[in-house]
Design a protein around this ligand. Structure first.
Ligand code: NDP
Length: 463
């Protein structure tokens, strides 16, 4: 049988674009179908604009702190509409680059929403495409039904399109999106309250980092409501009323729903190819990212495993290399570095304390907690915390964690050391670079404590 394409990719986000370009590089005839903007969540309404808003928040801090360094600075004013206009220009520029890359790579872009229509067939409106292989890379969207009434609130999509910031905001959720935007909004002058159901935010991260980030958020003036997810949310005129049980109701003029994301599978007609989505709506895949349907693969957020852009990109390239490059690649997700872009940011790679002891390691915990030179000079309160977890028997470094300025940049480099199997002796042998914060990672001499293995516990992954 002949097909229109060797590969039809559904979704032109980071994963889909990477897979398609790599497949075309191997000589495959590739079409990519996108119903929204090319670039997907990360570029258009996620990582990129979020980080641009974080930079905006950092400028405010820098201007205030500059006074302590001898500058005379008027009280800084932030105008969201100005940022929004620049953001729109930048995302359009990046989308243009993505479109050019697809074109230059020989990938055919088909604009519209894709729907599977049995094996090897994809419909886009009235158009029917046939493909030897199909790659589902449709990503995820914010959950809008986690709590009765939460659909009235904004999600991160709408937040990034605001032209005026509210004076006060309720943030519901205690994960990546909740904390990043709570932190950013507070720095931009919004009075922020965060509601989450666990006793600490960022479930799954190292316990001491979770406590430390809660302390940093409070120090930044954010009000935390641990163990307090609203049971329902009502819209009354321009206000949001959050019910917190025992007839306690709090009113806010604006609400951010940050209660997670769900795979985009509802419109795909998975049943036509015999794929059964799991309870979250995710497409199940095996190690080679193949679905239960022959010739159909899935990568990234739509599989709802490790929902991070670099994972989707690595998976997309692996699928393309395997299908068209004669390779047999799998993506190792055992050491995925990740960062939460709060202010200060938090970054982790490898096991956390709970995960390490549960995996049967005797763990030497090395810690450092200090004020940076930059903070101390202006009598700032922000602290930097670093932690290395080392297998006390083999000396292998199991995990590295940090909260503090540049944590994501530093931990990305440490991830190379961990991937290479570095031991604590390797860290100790490494000369420090002075004066930096990062040097603390090679200067921690004695463990703060040694934890005995408790393998009976369920392993807690870092993500
Ligand atoms: P997360 O899974 O990180 O957090 C979801 C939060 O919502 C959790 O605190 C969860 O609570 C809470 N929640 C879920 N359901 C309910 C409910 N019914 N009632 C109350 N609270 C609820 O999701 P995000 O939306 O923040 O982010 C989605 C994914 O996107 C992340 O997991 C991450 O993989 C990725 N991401 C990565 C970023 C980065 O790399 N910097 C930035 C932003 C997103 P609980 O913990 O109690 O379950």
């Amino acid at each position: 049988m002949t097909y229109d394409y060797d590969l039809i990719t559904l979704g032109a986000g980071s994963g889909g674009v990477s897979a398609s370009r790599r497949a075309a590089l191997h000589g495959a005839r590739v079409a990519i179908v996108e119903g929204s903007r090319v670039g997907g969540t990360c570029v258009i309404r996620g990582c990129v604009p979020k980080k641009l808003l974080m930079y905006a928040a950092q400028y405010g801090d820098a201007m205030r702190e500059a006074r302590g360094y001898g500058w005379t600075v008027a009280e800084p004013q932030f105008t969201m509409a100005d940022w929004a206009a620049s953001k729109a220009t930048e995302t359009a520029r990046l989308e243009g680059i993505y479109r050019k890359m697809l074109d230059a790579g020989g990938v055919t872009l088909i604009e519209g929403w894709a729907r599977l229509d049995g094996p090897h067939r994809v419909c886009v409106g009235q158009q029917v495409l046939t493909g030897r292989h199909v790659l589902i890379a449709t990503g995820s969207s914010p959950v809008r039904d986690s709590i009765p009434g939460i659909e009235h609130g904004a999600t991160s999509d709408e937040l990034l399109d605001l032209s005026v910031l509210p004076p006060r905001a309720a943030v519901v959720g205690g994960g990546y999106i909740a904390l990043e935007f709570a932190s950013i909004l507070a720095r931009l002058g919004v009075a922020v309250s965060v509601f989450y159901r666990d006793r600490l935010p960022l479930r799954g991260f190292d316990e001491s980092l979770r406590s430390a980030i809660a302390a940093e958020l409070q120090a930044a003036g954010i009000t935390l409501y641990p163990g307090s997810a609203p049971t329902r949310i009502a819209k009354a005129g321009d206000s949001f009323l959050l019910s917190l049980g025992e007839e306690r109701v709090l009113e806010f003029p604006w609400l951010l729903n940050a209660t997670g994301r769900r795979p985009n599978t509802a419109r795909l007609n998975l049943a036509s190819v015999g794929i059964v989505a799991d309870a979250q709506g995710a497409v199940p895949v095996d190690k080679t990212l193949q679905t239960s349907a022959p010739g159909i693969y899935a990568i990234g957020d739509v599989t709802h495993r490790v929902n991070l852009t670099p994972v989707a990109i690595a998976e997309g390239r692996a699928v393309a290399d395997n299908l068209f490059g004669g390779q047999a690649r799998t993506v190792d997700l055992s050491l995925v570095p990740s960062a939460v872009f709060t202010l200060p940011p938090l970054a982790s790679v490898g096991l956390n304390e709970q995960g390490a002891v549960a995996a049967g390691h005797r763990v030497a915990v090395f810690e450092s907690d200090f004020r940076t030179m930059r903070q101390a000079f202006i009598n700032g309160v922000e602290r930097t915390r670093m932690k290395l977890l080392v297998d006390a028997d083999s000396d292998r470094v199991l995990g590295a964690h940090m909260i503090g300025t540049d944590a994501p940049e530093i931990v990305q480099s440490l991830a190379i050391a961990l991937s290479a199997g570095a031991t604590k002796a390797d860290f100790d042998r490494t000369l420090a670079m002075h004066p930096t914060s990062a040097e603390e990672f090679v200067l921690m001499r004695a463990p703060a404590r040694v934890l005995e293995p408790t393998p009976a516990l369920v392993a807690v992954p870092v993500l």
